[in-house]
Design a protein. Structure first.
Length: 189
């Protein structure tokens, strides 16, 4: 059952919460640096991913009927990486759209998980709250990306901090549920 899997893996939920909390607090303390680093990481990722895709397409062109499409996909990734480094301000706006859509999708899945967990744990509303915050945050980013990337970076930090706290609370509730429903057997003495 999915509830058992989630409860048995409560540590991963906790780790996700810790990472979100650390990212959120660092973002709140250094928003300008965070935005610049986020853009540079995205550009480096797109460039390297495109490079590897081109190499893979050319190396595997024999016997692969769609290697040309793969090649063009890789070249596009390289182009996106170069444009990111050449025009970071334009990349920031596009990146905000990606983050906005990701937050909406992530929020919807968190609400769906909370609905599944409502019979299993108490206070599943925390996960619903995190999901609603994600959706509202995503809509905000998509509707007003030009209001200032630095201000949006602060919102990202606040969102990640709240999400991290919510995930940590959920993880410990899952751990308690797992302990109550799957007690560890006492070793024979």
């Amino acid at each position: 059952m999915i509830d058992d899997v989630l409860a048995r893996n409560w540590g991963w939920v906790a780790l996700r919460g810790v990472v979100a909390l650390i990212f959120g607090l660092l973002t709140l303390s250094r928003p300008g640096i965070t935005l610049s680093v986020l853009i540079l990481f995205f550009g480096a990722y797109a460039f390297v991913d495109g490079l590897f895709t081109v190499v893979s397409a050319v190396a595997n062109r024999h016997g692969e009927p769609h290697w040309v499409a793969l090649l063009f996909g890789g070249l596009f990734g390289i182009l996106v990486g170069v444009v990111t480094f050449a025009m970071p301000h334009m990349t920031a706006i596009v990146l905000l759209y990606f983050i906005g859509f990701w937050a909406i999708f992530s929020g919807a899945t968190e609400i769906a998980a909370a609905i599944r967990l409502r019979r299993v744990i108490n206070d599943e509303w925390l996960l619903v709250l995190v999901g609603i915050l994600s959706i509202v945050f995503g809509i905000f980013l998509i509707s007003a990306p030009a209001r200032g990337a630095l201000a949006v970076t602060l919102w990202i930090g606040l969102y990640a901090t709240i999400m991290g706290i919510g995930l940590l609370i959920l993880a410990f509730r899952l751990r308690n549920w797992d302990k109550n429903h799957h007690p560890t057997p006492n070793p024979a003495v």
